[in-house]
Design a protein around this ligand. Structure first.
Ligand SMILES: C[S@@+](CC[C@H](N)C(=O)[O-])C[C@H]1O[C@@H](n2cnc3c(N)ncnc32)[C@H](O)[C@@H]1O
Length: 221
């Protein structure tokens, strides 16, 4: 990471901490549409242990737990994860969810082939360089068991905010304090190298609306 990248990373972590602090449970408690799809994919491949990256305050991790999966939820915001743990206790699924404060710019502290499925909703499109995104996917590949699936979503270059606000280079734009790496389609294909790319599904979320792709890719057995 060079100097400006390090400064952006530090500022983004502080921004997410502050955002969850001032807007507890900001995404609501209803699960997202992509996590419902992910649960179907994970169930079809006989998954039990699921890792969520960028889980925030846990709307999706808690859904996966309620669906019977054992969930490891990670995020670099301790405030978001504290809200997740409280919600897990309130929903009586605390036994099925563990949390880990973790910045995806660093290796995952998990053993090779130790999880059955990985889910990440709007995490890879955070303020990560293309090189860092590739490194995250390489780590996911390492910890996922053969035949396991990775379901992720990202905002893409067709989003209304693409090109708006402060440009940080590498398709990263900061708008309202949130920095987003808008994905070109080529990046999705590059990240699927060595995987089976099962689908790239376009959808929208929220009021802007955010324009996203839901990507499902699976490791060979
Ligand atoms: C757009 S929010 C989505 C949260 C959650 N997936 C959801 O949909 O409810 C992105 C999340 O990624 C987390 N995040 C951003 N950069 C991160 C990083 N480098 N390492 C770990 N988490 C990160 C933020 O704290 C935030 O919780």
């Amino acid at each position: 990471m060079n100097g400006p990248e390090r400064e952006l990373a530090k500022a983004q972590r502080a921004h997410w901490q502050q955002t969850y602090g001032s807007h507890p449970g900001m995404y609501g408690q209803e699960p997202s549409a992509p996590v419902r799809h992910a649960a179907t994919v994970f169930r079809a491949s006989g998954s039990r242990n699921v890792l969520e990256l960028g889980a925030g305050h846990g709307r999706d991790a808690l859904f996966l737990a309620r669906e019977g999966f054992i969930v490891q939820a990670t995020d670099f915001s301790a405030t978001g994860l504290e809200q997740l743990r409280q919600a897990a206790r309130d929903q009586n699924v605390a036994d099925q969810v563990s949390t880990m404060e973790h910045d995806v710019r660093t290796p995952l502290p998990l053993a090779d082939a130790s999880v059955d499925g990985v889910f990440a909703h709007m995490l890879l499109c955070m303020a990560l360089s293309t090189k860092e995104i590739q490194a995250v996917v390489d780590e996911i590949r390492r910890v996922l068991r053969p035949g396991g699936s990775f379901v992720y979503t990202v905002r893409h270059t067709g989003d209304a905010h693409y090109g708006a606000g402060t440009a940080h280079g590498d398709d990263i734009y900061e708008h309202g304090g949130f920095a987003v790496h808008f994905f070109p389609r080529q990046l999705v294909d590059t990240l699927a190298d060595g995987w089976t790319l099962a689908e790239v599904h376009a959808f929208e979320e929220g009021e802007l609306p955010r324009r996203l792709w839901r990507v499902t890719q699976t490791l060979p057995r």
